[in-house]
Design a protein around this ligand. Structure first.
Ligand code: NI
Length: 259
């Protein structure tokens, strides 16, 4: 059965896809993926993502500087990200956020870049995509500060936080995107949290080439595997995989204004 699905987060410019991207995209199309958001993590990665999108219409590009790459960004990299973000093809800004797992980039530099991405996204009326690793409280605090009690168009990507964090993100108007982590055996708590997210705020993603879902765990991930996460999310919400695919695809199309 083919589903109507959108992978809202992956990294197709990664070396892991250099040899066989055409096959990877073909497999995605065969299972019913209609769009794939490929996310930049640096200036050069954002440029690469734009190039890929120009070659493959299924790819929707997102540009930004990942918190783990914020220290190595050259002074004019941000100006170029700003320019790229305004291109009509670009559907969102990111990925941005905070990461306390890798200790290489001082948190104040990460916070500075996080704020810049949020401001840029607002300025150009596109959503932003948030990476959060071992930094839930800091991410929430910064988002709350920046939202000033209002709501924002954005995504908590590859969500693995607490139920409370999910609630606070939803209050701020954010969407919550689940990756292959939702399928891992030990992640009962994450599945319980996913059950509390309203259907109209759910998104699915792979974060490929990382985080392959359970049956493929440890191998290279690819957009076609979005179907596995979608299936688990459907089970959690007590609807069919086709219904969940329709729902998450509608959510993605509305949020990212995809054609
Ligand atoms: Ni990512």
């Amino acid at each position: 059965m083919t589903l109507n699905l959108i992978d809202t987060h992956c990294h197709l410019d990664a070396n892991a896809f250099q040899q066989d991207l055409t096959d990877v995209l073909q497999r995605a199309i065969e299972i019913g993926i209609t769009r794939i958001l490929s996310i930049g993590v640096s200036r050069s990665s954002s440029e690469a993502v734009l190039q890929l999108a120009a070659q493959h219409p299924i790819i929707a590009p997102v540009v930004g500087i990942h918190p783990n790459y914020a220290l190595e960004a050259a002074p004019d990299d941000w100006d170029l990200i700003r320019e790229m973000a305004q291109l009509p093809a670009v559907v969102a800004v990111g990925e941005t956020g905070l990461d306390r797992y890798w200790k290489d980039v001082p948190i104040d530099i990460q916070q500075d870049f996080f704020r810049r991405h949020i401001a840029l996204a607002r300025e150009i009326s596109k959503p932003f995509i948030v990476h959060c690793r071992d930094a839930e409280d800091d991410v929430i605090a910064l988002l709350q500060e920046e939202s000033g009690g209002g709501t924002s168009a954005g995504v908590m990507h590859s969500f693995c936080g607490s139920r409370r964090t999910a609630e606070l993100c939803l209050e701020m108007g954010l969407h919550i995107s689940f990756s292959g982590m939702l399928t891992y055996r030990r992640n009962d708590e994450l599945r319980a949290t996913a059950a509390t997210v309203p259907l109209n705020r759910l998104l699915v993603e792979t974060d490929a080439p990382y985080l392959a879902p359970q049956p493929q765990r440890g191998k290279r991930n690819e957009p076609a595997f979005t179907a596995m996460t979608n299936e688990v999310l459907a089970e959690i919400h007590g609807i069919s995989a086709a219904e969940m695919a329709e729902q998450t695809t509608r959510n993605a199309r509305e949020l990212f204004l995809l054609s």
